[in-house]
Design a binder for this molecule. Structure first.
Ligand code: DUC
Ligand code: ZN
Ligand code: ZN
Ligand code: ZN
Length: 497
């Protein structure tokens, strides 16, 4: 036989084109694109007839929290690498980038990275990489960044402007940016003003306001806009070091990002489904139910949702990630209910672990919403994440001889499922989804990872194995000549001010 697998009769979508053609796969790679139907009789071990359905590159979700210690409140992540990546492939996602968390008490990044490898290795259904989560920018940690970005293939890091366990000061942010610039590491920043939201929280608690909805009151949009503005300023101070503002929810923050981009600054931004599909009203559900939607930043209002959709369409947002960070709802020891005690019968919003599951629902929700051009959908879900994080063109496209055969085949007209989403359908280890009850008009019918069918919705569901996912050593970002532009600016020179 000539090919391992052929996909015939699909409408293939990339970030650039929508066109009907057949795809041949051999040795884990896409090897040939041919006229539609022409490979229907090819000598292949297996032929999948897409029956006129859309065929897209596998999803690349570069914001996924798995098996992290309690950093975002009082509770433990419900998903392991095994359950989180199982959930990923069932939702059409073939690559994730998770976090290697360095707690404040740990001076070494390499130690934190090694521990994370031990958790993921042999336990992943999809391919995966790591971002360094820098909680302690010690002298040792900053020195280690050259090994981290070189030999270790970890070319991005995340820092926080909030969360007691992670928040670093502005001067520490500058030190991180400087080292990141020297090592071509993309810096992701969580932009909320931690000191102010702690003050707001104390004010609310002094008035005995503890229930989940006050999570949103404690973090008004201006805290996000202010911190975003500050992050942009700090980046420009370090000779325009590229940054990615993660999980943007607020129109004010979006405008500041847009303005910086218009000025030519290397400011990139991410948003997430929760800011497109949830609002603060979901946090105000009766009893403790609102805890199911507690994440940070919190979901905003309807107008904000519209501004975020607009930001996706006009290119302000480079990527759309899940920020999958699941905590069980009904678990008094390890989940969201850890904060319910006799003293706090409605819980205590400041202790509710921040985060919601979403790695499996990201592609289907956004695809079904039908609000993005399909090329834009592929761009923000696969191609741009792959470029931004140094995985392109191995990941994120359908280039013969070059791209891994990571592919999603959607249901064609006439066979589209009519799904009312329930948590039972999902493959994570969490006991709820914040998107329960949503109508979803299409779902990945097949997910292929490096040429292998790992998800077959109608015949066996998850058919991949947890040992198949490989660690991805990443190179420097190739999006928009990011690092070439930095090179042209020359080194940071404090005497130049
Ligand atoms: N936000 C969340 O909702 N969860 C984890 C971390 C974060 O920033
Ligand atoms: Zn964050
Ligand atoms: Zn996150
Ligand atoms: Zn998060």
């Amino acid at each position: 036989v000539e090919y391992d697998l052929v996909i015939t009769n699909g409408i293939c979508v990339t970030a650039a084109d929508i066109a009907s053609y057949d795809i041949a796969i051999k040795d884990e790679k896409i090897v040939l694109l041919a006229p539609s139907g022409s490979l229907a009789q090819a000598a292949a071990r297996k032929i999948i007839d897409a029956e006129g359905g859309y065929v897209t590159p596998g999803g690349v979700d570069c914001h996924v929290h798995l098996e992290e210690p309690p950093l975002f409140g009082k509770g433990y992540s419900s998903d392991t690498y095994e359950t989180g990546t199982r959930s990923a492939i069932a939702g059409g996602c073939t690559t994730i980038v998770g976090f290697a968390p360095q707690p404040k008490t740990e001076p070494s990044l390499l130690k934190a990275l090694k521990d994370t490898h031990a958790r993921a290795s042999g336990n992943s259904f999809c391919d995966y990489g790591f971002h360094m989560l820098v909680g302690n920018p010690s002298e040792q940690a900053l020195e280690e960044l050259s090994t981290i970005s070189g030999d270790e293939g970890v070319t991005s890091l995340k820092i926080y402007m909030t969360y007691t366990a992670l928040q670093i000061r502005d001067d520490q942010i500058l030190s991180v940016l400087l080292k990141a610039r020297e090592n071509r590491i993309l810096t992701m920043i969580h932009c909320e003003n931690g000191d102010v939201l702690n003050w707001m929280t104390d004010q609310l608690e002094a008035k005995n306001l503890f229930d989940p909805k006050y999570h949103s009151h404690s973090r008004p949009p201006i805290l996000e806009a202010e911190a975003t503005n500050r992050a942009i300023a700090l980046s420009s101070l370090i000779s325009h070091t590229p940054i990615l503002i993660v999980h943007v929810s607020d129109p004010g923050a979006t405008l500041r990002i847009r303005k910086a981009q218009t000025n030519g600054q290397p400011i990139f931004a991410e948003t997430c489904p929760q800011y497109l599909f949830l609002t603060r009203d979901d946090l105000a559900a009766p009893g403790f139910e609102g805890a199911k939607c507690v994440c940070s930043p919190p979901p905003r209002d309807k107008e904000s949702q519209e501004a975020i959709w607009t930001g996706l369409r006009n290119g302000t947002f480079t990527v759309l990630s899940s920020d999958h960070c699941p905590f069980n709802y009904d678990d008094a020891e390890r989940g969201k209910k850890t904060c319910i005690t006799p003293e706090y019968p409605v819980g205590r919003f400041k202790q509710i672990p921040n985060g919601i599951p979403g790695v499996e629902t990201r592609l289907p929700l956004v695809f079904s919403a039908g609000r993005l051009a399909l090329t834009k959908f592929v761009e923000v879900m696969s191609t741009n994440p792959a470029k931004l994080y140094g995985l392109y063109p191995k990941k994120g496209s359908l280039i013969p001889g070059v791209s891994d055969a990571d592919i999603v085949i959607w249901y064609p007209e006439g066979k589209k499922p009519n799904i009312t989403l329930t948590n039972e359908m999902l493959h994570h280890a969490n006991d709820y989804t914040p998107f329960e009850g949503r109508k979803i008009g299409n779902w990945p019918r097949y997910t292929l990872l490096r040429g292998k069918v790992v998800w077959d919705r109608d015949n066996g569901g998850v058919v991949g194995e947890k040992s198949y996912g490989q660690f991805l050593k990443r190179g420097a970002s190739t999006l928009d000549r990011i690092w070439e532009t930095v090179e042209e600016q020359g080194p940071f020179d404090v005497a130049s001010f």
